[in-house]
Design a protein around this ligand. Structure first.
Ligand code: ATP
Ligand code: MG
Length: 207
């Protein structure tokens, strides 16, 4: 309903009405994400996070995923790069919804924790029987003394709390669970003030 109003479907809005509605829209979206993250974390812990695996083409999948971020990146003056080091990779067997949830979380983080003017790179490569996806950024990084807690529930590093960024610290807990369930692994390396790289492996389908 709010987006219909914002689109002017019920008449032209003045600047103030538009601003108020936009704020309401954002807060509502944030609430939806929060409830959905809380539910997902609870489902994971109860073993009720259901999966629906399909045969998928990773290159196409990542291409359309990153397409959704072009606008946000532009708005924040970030350079968004898709680097395909491996082409014509074998297909993977994955749950597309869960995999987008995981990779969107990683891309969200990279964009959220990188100040304007920086860059975010999504890279697709391969390593033996695994596809290798990395998401790197030139952002604020994670302080080394806090890095061992990154995948725990509700963890948020001191530097991002200081920057007053939004978040609940559930994203990476969910991401790790999803990647593991696909038979893959997730790791990262980060330097405070310089940037972060998250690397994900996913098993390729055997011919
Ligand atoms: P949300 O649950 O809304 O995703 P969040 O982004 O704070 O909130 P996570 O995605 O789980 O939570 O990330 C946990 C913490 O790890 C972040 O708060 C931040 O401190 C750190 N972090 C994750 N990704 C990055 C990154 N790319 N650059 C810098 N810090 C990061
Ligand atoms: Mg996050």
């Amino acid at each position: 309903t709010i987006s219909l109003l914002l689109d002017g479907d019920a008449g032209q809005l003045n600047k103030e009405q538009d601003d108020f509605l936009k704020k309401g829209y954002e807060i509502n979206e944030r609430m939806i994400k929060l409830v959905s993250d809380l539910l997902n974390a609870a489902r994971i812990e109860e073993g009720r996070f259901g999966y629906d695996f399909k045969d998928m083409d990773l290159e196409d999948f990542l291409g359309s995923l990153i397409g959704n971020y072009r606008e946000v990146a532009k708005g924040k003056s970030l350079n968004l790069i898709f680097n395909k080091k491996a082409k014509n990779l074998p297909r993977i067997y994955a749950d597309p919804e869960k995999l987008s949830l995981a990779l969107n979380n990683l891309l969200d983080n990279a964009l959220k924790y990188t100040p304007a003017g920086g860059s975010v790179t999504l890279q697709l490569g391969s390593q033996g029987n695994y596809a290798l996806i990395s998401i790197s950024d030139t952002g604020v990084g994670i302080p080394s003394t806090e890095q061992q807690r990154v995948f725990s529930k509700f963890f948020r590093a001191s530097n991002v709390i200081r920057l007053e960024t939004e978040g609940t610290g559930l994203g990476l807990f969910i991401v790790k669970n999803i990647i593991r369930r696909h038979g893959g692994e997730i790791s990262f390396s980060s330097k405070e003030g310089a940037g972060t790289v998250f690397s994900v492996t996913l098993p390729l389908k055997k011919e």
